[in-house]
Each structure stands twice: as C-alpha cells, then as structure tokens.
Design a binder for this molecule. Structure first.
Ligand code: SF4
Ligand code: SF4
Length: 347
C-alpha cells in the first residue's frame, strides 16, 4: 500500500482560526435559513456561457455547436448584448447573497473564462466551489474558493473527449501532451492545488485504475479525487450505467482505496458509495433527489436551468452524480464523510 497524503494548502494559525470562525458563522446562518424558510442554503450558478472545451456529452450547448462556437459564447452577440449577461451575473450573485445563500458552486461554460466573476463570488460568499476543466489558468482566489478540476479518464481519453478541436494539442508538460498536459501544469503551478472530479462513462470503468495511478503520480498538488458516473437521458442510452456497472465502479473505487487509503476519495467514503451505487438507493425522479430539492441551479442569465445543472431531460434513474450520494451521507450524519468534507471548506 502506498498511502496517499492529500496536498494541504498552507494556513497560518491565525488564518485557520479566521477561516474556522467564518465557517461556524456560515453554518449557523445556513441552519437558520433552513429552519426559518425550509429552504436550502446553496446554489449552483453558470457564470459564463463561454467554454474552451468541446465535450461531446455537454449539457450546456446544443450538440451541433463546435469548439469554436462554444469558445465564442457571448461574443457572437452585439457589443451591447454581450454587456448585459456579463453585468447580469453580478446581480444574480448579489441577490443570492442577500437571500442568505452561503455556498455557491460556480460552473460554466468554463468559469476560468470569467475571472472577475470568480473573484467577486469568492469575496462575497463564505464557501465557493469552482468546477473547472482546468485547461486555462485560474485567477488567484481567496481561501473561500476551492477548485475542482473535471477529468474524464486517462490522458488519451481525456484529450479526445474534451478537446476534439485540438485547441490544446501543442501543450506539453513532462511526458504529457494536449489538454491533460495543460491541466496538470496548471494544478501543479497553482498556489493551493485542486481536487479532481472524475466523471466516468461505463466503457471507461475499465480504465479507472490507470487514471487514478496517473493522477496520483503526476499531480503534485492533488487534494483528493471525487468519482461520479455519467447521467443519461434514458436507461437505453449507451452512457447509462447498468446495475452491474454501478457495482463494478464501486469495487474499482474500493480496490484503489485499499491501495492508496480512503483519504484519496474524500467524497466517496463507503456510505456515499452505498447511496450512489446500490440498487435500493437509485433515485426515481427529482422529488427524491436531495440536490434538486435543496440546491437552486441557475444559468448565467439568473434563470433556473431545470431541476439540477444536468437539465430536465436527464433521467434521474440513470444518475450517478456524486453529489447525490454525498448529500445523503451528510444528512445521515456519516462521520467519515463529514470529516473528509471539512478540508474542502478550506480552499
Ligand atoms: S467543459 Fe463543461 S461546459 Fe465546456 S464543453 Fe465540456 S461539459 Fe460543456
Ligand atoms: S439528474 Fe441526478 S442530480 Fe439531477 S435531479 Fe436527477 S438525481 Fe438529482
């Protein structure tokens, strides 16, 4: 066994005390909001519609949009029209803050393409998770912000599925090329490192082990790995997990946890995996989903994008999104999950 030791950003004692005080105050405001209004205290916000990747499974863009069109985003609009959504997103965040939201997850498009919005959110919310494809450098952000970089599989799979237009083909880092090289370089050169969020399709389960070995070996500032499976629009979709494939992925995580230790998988502690992969916990529709019930999902125009960021046409019975299992484990006060979630609150 080669025990994995998560990269921990450096905090002085006074910084730790300040951060802990902020988190205690945020938790009490969140509990108060929950008790008073019966509403959740978190929101997921798409901070830009621009993206430098070209994922074929993207739920944000029409599948007919190529990587160039995704990259263009607002700039396809007139100068005046471009200004409106950009200004609007600040208003959306301001309203969320005033309504008592304490935890925002910033998604895109690609959030790194909206650095001013990231900075504004990190200055105004106590807990900010930035979900990025990691290919562009992120701006320096305060300790309220924690970075999650999305990975689809080993470098060849990742480059293929996320960068079909070859935008990053000239990037090189150590023995890596393409988008995966850019990602590893950006994380290793960042000040506080990142968590990796891996989303696997059923055919890629067989490459799970080598993906984990790659990430542990090459990312010096790796803080942990979060594992999800794809969510499809129907059980007949080739990307929909069967019951057997759920079990395969669960076993693959357990095997790697045995090799590196469970700290490698802070959001996939055994209780989370039970909720995520066991047939009796499959969510039939959004009324059973703790994410849909407690987290607002907004587009860059401030309007709801649907029951969750995966949009209304995703089929809940196929959903293998880690956040559903994590939320259930936290709600059942699973001690290992709560303990392993704490480092993600220290960005
Ligand atoms: S990184 Fe996200 S927003 Fe960009 S193309 Fe891929 S799935 Fe879509
Ligand atoms: S698709 Fe997944 S996250 Fe979205 S509402 Fe359904 S179960 Fe919840």
């Amino acid at each position: 066994m080669t025990t994995f030791v998560p990269y921990q950003p450096k905090y002085s004692l006074s910084q730790k005390i300040r951060r802990a005080t902020t988190l205690v105050s945020a938790s009490s405001r969140a509990i108060w909001k929950l008790l008073r209004e019966g509403k959740g205290f978190a929101a997921s916000v798409e901070v830009t519609d621009r993206c430098n990747a070209g994922c074929h499974y993207c739920y944000v863009y029409p599948s007919t949009w190529n990587q160039n069109q995704r990259m263009a985003g607002y700039s396809q609009l007139t100068k005046h029209e471009q200004k409106q959504p950009k200004q609007h997103i600040f208003g959306v965040l301001k309203e969320l803050k005033e309504s008592g939201i304490v935890h925002v997850t910033l998604v895109g498009g690609e959030p790194a393409l909206a650095p001013k919005v990231l900075r504004y959110a990190a200055d105004n919310f106590p807990i900010v998770w930035v979900v990025t494809n990691g290919a562009a450098k992120l701006p320096y952000l305060p300790t309220s912000a924690t970075i999650f970089v999305s990975i689809d599989g080993p470098p060849d799979i990742h480059n293929q599925s996320r960068d079909p237009g070859g935008f990053f083909e000239n990037h090189q880092f150590k023995n890596l090329t393409g988008m995966s090289a850019a990602i590893v370089k950006n994380i290793n050169e960042s000040e506080r490192g990142a968590f990796v969020h891996m989303t696997l399709t059923p055919p890629n389960i067989k490459r799970f082990g080598e993906t984990i070995d790659w990430l542990v070996r090459d990312i010096a500032k790796l803080r942990g790995i979060v594992v999800s499976g794809t969510t499809a629009t129907s059980p007949q979709d080739p990307f929909a997990f069967t019951l057997e494939e759920r079990q395969l992925l669960k076993k693959a995580i357990e095997a790697k946890a045995e090799q590196y230790g469970w700290r490698l998988f802070p959001f996939n502690q055994p209780k989370v995996n039970q909720f995520l992969f066991e047939p009796e916990h499959i969510i039939k529709d959004f009324t059973e989903c703790p994410i849909a019930l407690r987290i607002e999902s907004l587009g860059f125009d401030g309007k709801s994008v649907g029951k969750c960021i995966l949009r209304d046409d995703s089929d809940c019975s196929t959903c293998v999104c880690n956040m559903t299992g994590l939320q259930k484990a936290i709600e059942t006060i699973d001690f290992p999950t709560i303990v392993n979630t704490i480092p993600t609150l220290f960005g």
